[in-house]
Design a protein. Structure first.
Length: 365
């Protein structure tokens, strides 16, 4: 059984302000106390506070430009909500918390997108290759192995190039790549020279590509003895004397004709027209002038020289023609001159040599 009674006080009738109090008493039960209109007013009041708090949250989230501002705003907002929701009913508090979580999620999403974009830009920037350049000095030797001069070279991304130099009696070509024989081709000097000339014309090719597409060579079984006569093949511009993958011998593997043939084949395949410069003169002075002129006009001369010849390897072809190779015959790139000496680059030894020698043939493109 429940017991109801209306409460009243002197000079302060609660009925006058529109509030009805019910005192509910249960026998042996807890007392419940209801304030209908007053509770409605308080709910409206705190709902207004919650709405204002939500507006502050929205403005703070929009104004934030970084993670620190968003975090600070979230913290301050959380404090306000905790203070306000302690006096509001559970339903209103839950809605406020859900709105705050949504705002925080949006702020976190924007932050994630910004960080991702910045990372992508950084990755793209770091992927751009940077060319590292280093200037060095290299010794120039005479034919007896003494250091007689120095020239500058630059190393760019692992490739060494000459640095140009010009004076009254000295000229060094600029930007000549100083390639060496690949380990696969220890006697492939001709291939290295061809690669250098191709690079000087703005094309790129590896020594392996030159070997596989253009190079042919003679094999040891082409030399034999019959009836006490040494027979051998007819040398040609298509074939080297031996497989360039073999170790070098006392005789140079190839000649200037091989350089001309391989270069021309390469540029024919590329449909690139080239201008050839070739001279074979018996007049030493005229040959010197021709080489100097090519260098002064920024061409890289390929020269055939003959020096310190001691032996000759000769044989007879099937056509009964005598063929032979001098051990002093060499093919070099000339990267400049100093006085009356040519400065040549030896791809095998990787050395510069100031050489006063007789040039048999010169070629350039």
């Amino acid at each position: 059984m429940l017991y109801f009674r209306i409460l009243s006080q002197d000079m302060n009738c609660v009925a006058a302000i529109g509030v009805v109090h019910f005192s509910v008493r249960g026998f042996g039960c807890a007392l419940f106390y209801f304030r209908k209109e007053y509770e409605n007013m308080k709910a409206k009041k705190y709902l207004a506070v919650a709405t204002a708090v939500a507006l502050v949250i929205s403005l703070t989230a929009c104004a934030g430009t970084g993670n620190e501002q968003a975090s600070s705003a979230d913290k301050n907002t959380s404090d306000i909500i905790d203070s306000a929701t302690s006096s509001v009913d559970e339903h209103t508090s839950t809605e406020s918390v859900e709105e705050t979580s949504s705002e925080n999620d949006n702020a976190n999403d924007e932050s994630t997108i910004t960080e991702s974009s910045e990372t992508s830009v950084a990755d793209a920037t770091s992927s751009i290759p940077m060319k590292e350049e280093k200037i060095e000095e290299r010794d120039v030797y005479d034919e007896d192995g003494n250091v007689v001069d120095k020239i500058k070279v630059k190393v760019v991304d692992g490739v060494t190039y000459t640095v140009g130099e010009k004076s009254d009696d000295k000229c060094i070509l600029d930007g000549v790549p100083l390639f060496t024989n690949d380990p696969e081709f220890p006697s492939g000097d001709i291939i290295t020279i061809v690669q250098t000339l191709i690079y000087m014309k703005g094309e790129k090719v590896t020594q392996k590509e030159i070997f596989e597409k253009y190079v042919q060579y003679h094999t040891p079984d082409e030399w034999y003895i019959e009836d006490y006569v040494k027979y051998g093949p007819t040398l040609s511009e298509e074939k080297l004397v031996q497989d360039p993958r073999l170790e070098p011998t006392d005789y140079f593997n190839g000649g200037l004709g091989n350089v001309v043939y391989y270069c021309e084949r390469f540029f024919e395949d590329k449909s690139v027209k080239i201008t050839k410069f070739s001279s074979q003169l018996t007049d030493i002075a005229k040959m010197y002038d021709r080489v100097i002129k090519l260098i002064n006009e920024n061409h890289v001369p390929v020269i055939t020289v003959n020096y310190r010849t001691k032996n000759i390897w000769e044989w007879v072809t099937k056509e009964m023609e005598v063929q032979g190779i001098l051990d002093g015959n060499r093919v070099f790139l000339s990267v400049g001159y100093c006085g009356e000496k040519y400065i040549i680059y030896d791809a095998k030894s990787e050395k510069f040599v100031a050489m006063d020698c007789t040039i048999d043939v010169v070629y350039s493109i």
